[in-house]
Design a protein around this ligand. Structure first.
Ligand SMILES: *Cc1c(COP(=O)(O)O)cnc(C)c1O
Length: 231
């Protein structure tokens, strides 16, 4: 497959051009969208290649990988935790996590807030919404999010900057468009109701990031199209 013959720099350039095209199509500025390169299961050498090509943001889904990989890179590199955070790993994870994408329960939010306070840090986070009401996915239901957010936004050591979703998988991105649009509409309603800004929308992966951008994504999480399939 051609993907494997391409370098990480070439893959990043291809994704960059896909992002630029999607931004143009939806009359958004390129600066409104950030690429999070999902490096889970991939070695530091591959991350180094991406950094050399100018990539700044990386996503990991396991705390163990986040805490072993991130210290090898300069402070300017940004680390996103995109997997479910187990409560017994919060304390280990927070010092290495620039943005937590997966605040998926009130209990987790309360514990992250408490531990961030103990560590003397503020944790930036996104509230995960199970927008396609997929049984297998973590996150708040669409109708639970307003109430949850009201409780979470008052926690002093958490800074909620937006929403994240992982819609049910569909190989045709056009079928997922509705879920991306629904997350954006939910965000707009929540902003209106609360008067608080929720600027970030984390949605879209390798096969559907362009559609996600057309529907308002500000953070796209792309792994296999950059680093190759995972074993
Ligand atoms: C693995 C993962 C991705 C990246 O998936 P690809 O299909 O490899 O781009 C994005 N988001 C989450 C939450 C993931 O776990």
């Amino acid at each position: 497959m051609a993907l494997f013959a391409m370098s990480i720099a070439e893959n990043l350039a291809r994704i960059e051009s896909g992002i630029a095209t999607a931004c143009q199509k939806s009359v958004r500025s390129r600066g409104a969208v950030k690429l999070v390169a999902v490096s889970k299961t991939k070695p530091n050498g591959m991350i180094t290649e991406a950094v050399a090509a100018g990539q700044i943001d990386f996503g990991e889904n396991k705390v163990q990988e986040l805490i072993t990989k991130s210290p090898a890179f300069p402070d300017g590199i940004q680390w996103h935790l995109i997997g479910h955070l187990q409560k017994n790993k919060i304390r280990k994870a927070l010092p290495f996590c620039d943005l937590l994408h997966t605040l998926d329960s009130l209990e987790l939010a309360g514990q992250v807030d408490r531990i961030a306070g103990e560590l003397g840090i503020t944790t930036k986070a996104l509230v995960q919404v199970n927008i396609s009401e997929d049984e297998a996915k973590f996150g708040f239901g669409e109708n639970e999010t307003a109430e949850a957010l009201e409780k979470i936004t008052n926690l002093p050591n958490l800074e909620i900057v937006g929403l994240m979703t992982i819609p049910v998988f569909d190989p045709d991105p056009e079928n997922t468009r509705i879920h991306f649009a629904n997350l954006r509409k939910l965000r707009d309603r929540l902003e209106q109701a609360s008067g608080r800004k929720l600027p970030e929308l984390s949605m879209g992966m390798s096969h559907d990031y362009e559609v996600a951008i057309e529907e308002g994504a500000t953070l796209v999480r792309v792994g296999s199209s950059i680093f190759g399939e995972r074993g």
